[in-house]
Design a binder for this molecule. Structure first.
Ligand code: C5P
Length: 300
């Protein structure tokens, strides 16, 4: 075999949905979206891909020392596994062995697209590792098959996201926009939230949150049509949001399908104090974070 043994490391950044409108339900049950999404610098995952001589195929391991490893599958349901395997098959390299080790910091079931970010990182890392002959267009095709958010995560930065998520219109966007992310002790499964949205008859967002000052010309208000569905499905969310808003003195918006909430913060220098205060009052994981210009950073 000519395969070069080695390792490629990729940082996988979470995505934040700043505005999410559901514009319709498709025949396949998926929902058409009109959403504005950006990449955040924290909390990020780190994926390491190793070329191994045997056995052939993909193996995923979760670093048990990583903060968010609980409940992350390592089998064929892990999106990084699915992405890496599809890439090997497409490139005719299924016999090659790839070991993927994931250090998880992005909480699962929080609406931050952690599994999709890992899948995008796996595609870029494995392509580099094995010098796989699949171009960016090929990766985008695989991404759309793996999951609705993987297309955005491959590129990251900022974009309008349409269709079920696979149609991406990149945007010029300031980096360094500041947000506080708070994760409640309960998590939500995305399909359940969309089902609740269907059962409620397709509600529109009832709340609007002022956008950070630097982006008001593009997006004056943040809204999330999934928020009423998520809060109906998991009533403790309302209590959590209310407590978070009281602790920060600012309005919060649900991240994607939840369960994390996000508070826009106009001055990044206010973040450290806010994070300390909110962490102390709510006793949940709280992260201060800023927007970044890509979805994955690959290094060897
Ligand atoms: O595409 P992905 O596997 O990430 O989607 C997870 C679930 O979220 C889908 O099974 C579907 O129930 C729901 N979904 C949706 N419409 C979208 C994206 C996701 O209904 N645009």
């Amino acid at each position: 075999m000519s395969q070069r043994l080695g390792r490629v490391r990729a940082t996988a950044y979470p995505k934040l949905t700043l505005s999410l409108r559901v514009t319709g339900v498709r025949d396949d049950g998926f929902h058409d979206l009109d959403a504005l999404v950006i990449s955040l610098g924290q909390p990020h995952d780190v994926l390491e891909a190793y070329a191994v001589p045997a056995p052939g195929g993909v193996r995923v391991e979760i670093d048990r020392d990583s903060p968010e490893h609980v409940g992350i599958p390592t089998d064929h349901t892990n999106l990084a596994f699915i992405a890496a395997e599809k890439l090997l098959v497409r490139a005719g390299r299924s016999g090659h062995g790839v070991r993927i080790v994931l250090r998880k910091r992005i909480p699962a079931g929080a609406g931050l697209g952690g599994g999709s970010a890992d899948a995008a990182a796996a595609l870029l890392a494995v392509r580099r590792l094995l010098e796989v002959d699949v171009d960016d267009a090929g990766l985008l095709e695989i991404a759309a098959e793996v999951g609705s958010d993987v297309t955005f995560c491959l590129r990251g930065g900022a974009a309008w996201m349409r269709g079920r998520g696979e149609l991406i219109e990149p945007l010029e966007w300031p980096s360094g926009l500041a947000f506080l992310v708070a994760v409640p002790p309960f998590r939500l499964a995305t399909p359940d939230v969309y089902r609740a949205w269907d059962e409620l008859g397709g509600p529109e967002a009832t709340r609007r949150v002022p956008a950070p000052r630097r982006i008001v010309s593009l997006l004056p208000e943040l809204r999330n049509d999934l928020e009423p569905a998520a809060e109906a499905l998991e009533p403790r969310l309302v209590e959590f949001r209310t407590a978070l808003e009281a602790a920060t003195g600012r309005p919060a918006i649900l991240a994607g399908s939840g369960s994390a909430y996000v508070v826009p913060v106009n001055a990044a220098r206010d973040l450290p104090q806010l994070v300390t205060d909110v962490g102390r009052r709510l006793r949940v994981p709280v992260v201060g974070t800023t927007s970044v210009t890509r979805g994955v950073r690959v290094s060897t």
